[in-house]
Design a protein around this ligand. Structure first.
Ligand code: CA
Length: 226
């Protein structure tokens, strides 16, 4: 049974989301404010977090940043609940680093589809265990460990999947729609800016090895050994 933590200060929405999650068979933890939410995330390490952007005290963006920068919690996928479209670049981008977002008001079906897609891609694929070496990057697919020039690189689940997708198809251009499908899941109804912001973040984390991820103007991305 997967555990999902919902951090949302609107009591009615929190109760509704928790009710729907329990009906889908998830174990649910809830928090009405950021401080409590952060504490629960750290002590209970849930399988996924649904995090409201606008929270009293500690903002959703702050919580996301803190969790994504801590070794213990950086692997927990975070779906951000946002109210405004213009926040999206920031939320899934380098600054905050959420794995996905849902814009309020959202349907229960939409939220469940996103959750299922994210939980599915965060499950390790045991049958495909191997070590990939591309330039100074090493990807251990069994242990989900990435190193760049011998240094560990802490990646979120989404960034890891994105890197693996490019690395496994070395030299081949992949368009944004294909990456959305392969990394974010078939049912993902997102826009392709999500791909761009995650690529930027991934490149930065890889340091100089990030240059191996090439932008193919007007089409997408490819990885080339340098
Ligand atoms: Ca709120």
């Amino acid at each position: 049974m997967k555990t999902i933590l919902v951090i949302e200060d609107e009591r009615d929405l929190l109760d509704l989301v928790a009710f729907n999650l329990e009906r889908e068979g998830y174990r649910v933890l809830t928090a009405l404010d950021g401080k409590d939410g952060l504490e629960t995330a750290r002590t209970r390490t849930p399988d996924l977090i649904i995090l409201d952007l606008m929270l009293p005290g500690l903002m959703g963006t702050d919580i996301c940043r803190i969790l994504k920068n801590s070794d213990k919690t950086s692997n927990i996928p975070i779906i951000m609940l946002t109210a405004k479209g213009e926040e999206i670049d920031r939320v899934v981008g380098f600054e905050v680093g959420a794995d996905d977002y849902v814009v309020k008001p959202f349907s229960n079906r939409e939220l469940m589809l996103r959750i299922r897609a994210i939980l599915r891609r965060s499950e390790p694929d045991v049958k495909d265990e191997k070590i990939l070496r591309i330039g100074s990057i090493t990807i251990d697919t069994g242990r989900h460990i990435v190193t760049s020039a011998g240094e560990d690189v802490v990646l979120t689940t989404t960034e890891y999947k994105l890197l693996l997708n490019l690395a496994e198809r070395l030299g081949r251009v992949q368009n944004r729609d294909l990456l959305l499908k392969n990394v974010w899941g078939y049912n993902y109804i997102g826009d392709t800016r999500t791909v761009d912001t995650h690529i930027t973040r991934l490149r930065t984390k890889l340091g100089s090895a990030g240059d191996m991820i090439k932008t193919v103007r007007g089409f997408g991305y490819k990885m080339e050994e340098s």
